[in-house]
Design a protein around this ligand. Structure first.
Ligand code: ZN
Length: 148
């Protein structure tokens, strides 16, 4: 297969969007990042790394996770850093860990995202950070992306 390369001679992108590897969420996260009219982020070019638990990987300060941010920032001049955590994330033990308390689960993920933000800002204090929680709503029929 051969396909068009859209970025010949281009080495910069707007942002990095870090999400979880979970097959149930990444496609919709990509859609959220690109979409503008339906309340998405409206980004047109960005690095899109995924690691189990997204913020979790940053909070563990693994070299791999930090590289998912430093490569976009240092090599691709990304100005925005987006981190998306999601409901029922297996890397955190899933929703069961919260006994079905969706509010407690959301609060927990908000804490994780804030922690990751502070770790990243230590190294990149002038980047714009966007924290997002992908929540399961409507009895698990839909994903709502909540920007903190
Ligand atoms: Zn996950």
């Amino acid at each position: 297969m051969k396909t068009k390369f859209n970025y010949k001679g281009i080495h910069s992108c707007e942002a990095v969007v870090l999400c979880c590897i979970d097959f149930r969420f990444w496609r919709e996260t990509l859609e959220f990042a690109e979409n503008l009219s339906a309340g998405g982020l409206g980004l047109s070019n960005f690095d899109f790394p995924s690691l189990p638990g997204a913020a979790k990987a940053i909070n563990e300060r693994s070299e791999l996770a930090l590289g998912c941010v430093s490569v976009p920032c240092d090599l691709h001049h990304a100005k925005k850093i987006v981190i998306v955590n999601h409901a029922d994330c297996g890397a955190y033990g899933g929703s069961v860990k919260f006994d079905g308390d969706a509010e407690a689960e959301q609060k927990f993920h908000e804490g994780e995202l804030q922690k990751a933000k502070s770790i990243i800002l230590e190294k990149y204090p002038d980047k714009e950070m966007i924290l997002v929680y992908a929540k399961l709503v409507d009895d698990g029929e839909n994903i709502e992306f909540i920007r903190l």
